[in-house]
Design a protein around this ligand. Structure first.
Ligand code: FE2
Ligand code: FE2
Length: 466
């Protein structure tokens, strides 16, 4: 199933054979392009070396070329259909997956798609000014690659809304272009997507921690009994891998530079040499990790239990789990605050599915810390703070937990929080380092160069023409 780029909206869903749907999406398209023009990248460019999907299969799915950003071909690409696919969990387990939305789950499925869809353009909005201070053309290109793909992920969700949810789906598709990150009147749905991404350290942390939340959410929707949603998410996950790469290697390079300066000068105080101090990196980790944990919602949720039983949303790698995939009898342990103490509480596994997904995410996040500590090689140690640190959602909301997992009172928290979270001075320092480097092959002094170029190109390749 290859993708036809001769069409106005590239796709592999036979859009040309459904004229009503095609017309509806074509009438949404100008609004999307207007939104991209107003809320997309603020830095004007001639063209950018980007990858575009040309097929959805395993081999050679992407094509690389210089493209003018507004001419990027955003399209609708679903992973190939498995005609034998069956529902892997919940009360309909073993039955064929659904090609249409069952009436009784319509509202829930639409809501899941809208919430996912809302995050995609939000991150483009959050990142729109970063191009003005890119540390290299290589990084600038990666930023734009992430941006165009988040735009395409919006298309992915809008396609589902238009194709399967009728009038209310079309209204929701319009509303996705009307909410904006950080807006007073109509903010994005989830908190982390209304935070600023004001500098490149934040961008690397965002792509490491917050995009990774996206990966796990998509992983649960990929298990959905609603097959078009599953196939959409499967292909999005393929693109998402690059966003993870940008975050992981971005933080790698900051840490590497910091470690080099610390060793060279035998000091933690590397500001005077233009590096980012290790404690500032730790505070950025603490912030981005904790707001990303909030995206998993409360530890317990009857909604999520119902989604699972109904087959709408599964667990991470559902089919690899060795249990009954119903969870009506299973129990699990979740840490909560009981009588002023952090306590392990036994709960029905079904209502604690958010905590299950969060656990998978935390284990994945920890691999980055191992990497960064390997790069630091003893000169310093970075860590993930306790799951209860700086939380606004779930069992720890309203409590104060230190990064090493001690419950403290509000006064102590207020006294110490500047040691744990970025202060305005930290942010101002990082902000001050953000000056654009647009000369091919040159890299800003606060991070190490990347190991490799993109798609086998050299580091001094002109990834972006300004
Ligand atoms: Fe995305
Ligand atoms: Fe992403």
């Amino acid at each position: 199933m290859s993708i036809d780029y001769g069409e106005r909206i590239p796709n592999n869903v036979n859009l040309a054979e459904d004229r009503r749907l095609q017309r509806a999406l074509e009438s949404w398209q100008p609004g999307f392009l207007r939104w991209w023009g107003e809320m997309g990248p603020a830095l004007p460019t001639q063209d950018v070396y980007l990858r575009t999907a040309v097929a959805v299969g395993r081999e050679g799915w992407a094509h690389f070329d210089h493209v003018a950003l507004p001419d990027y071909r955003w399209g609708i690409f679903l992973a190939e259909r498995d005609p034998d696919r069956r529902i892997a969990f919940g009360q309909h387990r073993g039955q064929p997956v659904w090609q249409q939305v069952p009436g009784e789950f319509r509202a829930e499925l639409q809501r899941l798609i809208v919430v996912q869809g809302d995050t995609e353009p939000a991150s483009v909005e959050q990142q729109r000014r970063l191009g003005l201070t890119a540390p290299s053309l290589y990084d600038l290109r990666n930023l734009f690659q992430v941006n165009v793909e988040e735009g395409r992920h919006l298309w992915a969700m809008v396609y589902l809304l238009h194709a399967y949810f009728g009038r209310s789906g079309r209204d929701e598709a319009d509303a996705l272009l009307l909410r904006n990150s950080g807006s007073e009147d109509s903010p994005r749905i989830l908190g982390a997507f209304n935070e600023e991404t004001p500098d490149w350290l934040s961008f690397f942390m965002f792509t490491y921690f917050t995009d990774r939340d996206g990966k796990y959410q998509l992983g649960t929707l990929k298990e959905s009994a609603f097959d078009p949603l599953s196939r959409t998410c499967e292909f999005m996950l393929k693109e998402e891998a690059h966003h993870m790469f940008v975050g992981t290697t971005g933080v790698d390079r900051v840490v590497e530079r910091t470690a080099t300066l610390m060793r060279e000068h035998d000091s933690d105080d590397i500001q005077k040499y233009g590096g980012i101090p290790i404690d500032v990196i730790q505070k950025y980790i603490n912030f981005h990790y904790s707001v990303s944990l909030d995206l998993f919602g409360g530890e317990t949720s009857t909604n999520v239990a119902n989604y699972y039983t109904a087959g709408l949303k599964g667990r991470w790698q559902e089919e690899r789990r060795k249990d009954d995939h119903l969870l009506t009898e299973a129990a699990t342990t979740v840490q909560q605050v009981v009588d002023g103490r952090l306590t392990d509480v036994r709960l029905p596994a079904l209502t604690a599915l958010n905590a299950d997904l969060r656990g998978e995410y935390i284990a994945d996040c920890a691999t980055g810390l191992t990497r960064w500590n390997r790069i630091l090689d003893g000169v310093a140690t970075l860590y993930l703070p306790h799951v209860g640190f700086n939380r606004q959602v779930g069992a720890f909301a309203g409590h104060h937990v230190t990064p090493d997992g001690r419950l403290i009172d509000r006064a102590t928290w207020e006294l110490d929080r500047d040691r744990w979270l970025p202060t305005s001075a930290d942010k101002a320092y990082v902000h001050g380092l953000m000056r654009p480097v647009y000369e091919p092959g040159k890299i800003a002094a606060w991070l190490a160069p990347p190991r490799n170029g993109i798609n086998g190109r050299p580091l001094d390749y002109e990834y972006v023409h300004l």
